[in-house]
Write a protein that binds this ligand. Structure first.
Ligand code: FO1
Length: 322
């Protein structure tokens, strides 16, 4: 049976919302369609950061400060790689140490890589990893094909894979353009499509609209599916008081010609969602959001504060069911 609530997910913000949602809605009746545009291959290992962030968060195993990777992690493998940086030829991409893979986290990438190499689709491998972490949610990669978020850097005039912008350059360089390589030939998985079409409620998580939600929207039919049912689609703004809750969403909105505010978010989502959830600090923007074509729910949305997530999840579901 299709779960009755589906959450469209990026990484940290989405994961925190999914965890709060479990307080008010059964995990077994909850699906997530998760961005894979950030996925990368390093050391020959297939790494799916947003999927792992959702899994580790729901399992209560995430490092709470970083928001990614495992709590109580050790870094012996990364430290040991430093030995080889001295002998590595300049033109070699072996032994990258700019992307930190913890010793325990490595086990997840080893398992995923081996199962993919056996010809298993990412959807099934993800379900296995989620089950291994004791989760009942239906956690669905957006696609089983390769889609890569590519970022054009204004100053260097080059295009790099997302993690080279986000981690290697610490997302503190200006962005000129973003595209989703492979999205035109990839498709939603059958299970992800069913979740988006058939669930009673769709929630667009408080993730970066331009690099976490946009790769999912870049797949064929996604905007049409959501647009056709927009009354029961609710988006939660990842921008509070003009600032991103985590990561570079505010900066990217500005650089790519959007307003870095809840109004800018409303303009990006009004075709596919009827309601936008915003924090009370943004209440003055309600008329402009309504003018952009969305209803507004005002409720506290900074989930790092105690008790906020549960009420946010409750109000979000209620808005979709009105
Ligand atoms: N983010 C960082 O800022 N630095 C890292 O070294 C890093 C390693 C990493 C390893 C596994 C993983 O699942 C996530 C990791 N992230 C790291 C987070 C990741 O780059 C971003 O949070 C997402 O791709 C953006 O949603």
């Amino acid at each position: 049976m299709t779960p009755s609530v589906t959450v469209v997910c990026g990484g940290v913000g989405a994961a925190r919302f999914m965890r709060a949602l479990a307080d008010v809605h059964s995990p077994a009746d909850t699906a997530a369609v998760i961005n894979t545009g950030d996925d990368t291959v390093l050391h020959g290992l297939s790494i799916s950061p947003d999927i792992d962030t959702v899994i580790y968060t729901l399992a209560g195993a995430i490092d709470p400060e970083r928001g990614w990777g495992l709590h109580g992690e050790s870094w012996r493998a990364m430290e040991s790689l430093e030995r080889y940086t001295a002998v590595k030829p300049n033109d070699s991409s072996a032994a990258p140490t700019w992307f930190n893979l913890g010793d325990k986290d490595l086990a997840t990438h080893l398992y995923r890589t081996a199962r993919l190499a056996e010809g298993t689709p990412l959807t099934l491998v993800t379900a296995e990893i989620a089950t291994a972490w004791g989760l009942e949610h239906r956690l669905l990669p957006m696609t089983d094909s390769k889609v890569s978020t590519m970022v054009t850097l204004r100053e260097e005039s080059i295009e790099v894979p997302f993690q080279e912008y986000f981690v290697k350059r610490r997302h503190n360089v200006p962005v000129e353009a973003v595209r989703f390589a492979g999205a035109d030939v990839a498709s939603l998985t059958a299970l992800a499509r069913l979740a988006l079409v058939d669930s009673e409620v769709v929630v667009i998580a408080p993730s970066n609209p331009l690099v976490s939600i946009a790769p999912i929207r870049g797949l064929r039919d996604v905007d049409e599916i959501l647009g056709a049912r927009r009354e029961s689609v609710v988006a939660i703004s990842p921008i509070v008081g003009g600032v991103a809750l985590k990561g570079p969403a505010d900066q990217m909105l500005r650089e790519l010609g959007h307003e870095p505010s809840v109004v800018g978010v409303a303009r990006l989502y009004s075709e596919i969602a009827a309601t936008l959830v915003i924090d009370p600090v943004d209440e003055a923007h309600v008329p402009a959001i309504e003018a952009a074509g969305m209803r507004v729910v005002v409720t506290r949305s900074v989930m790092s504060e105690p008790g906020v997530g549960t009420e946010l999840a409750r109000r979000t579901l209620a808005a979709a069911r009105r």
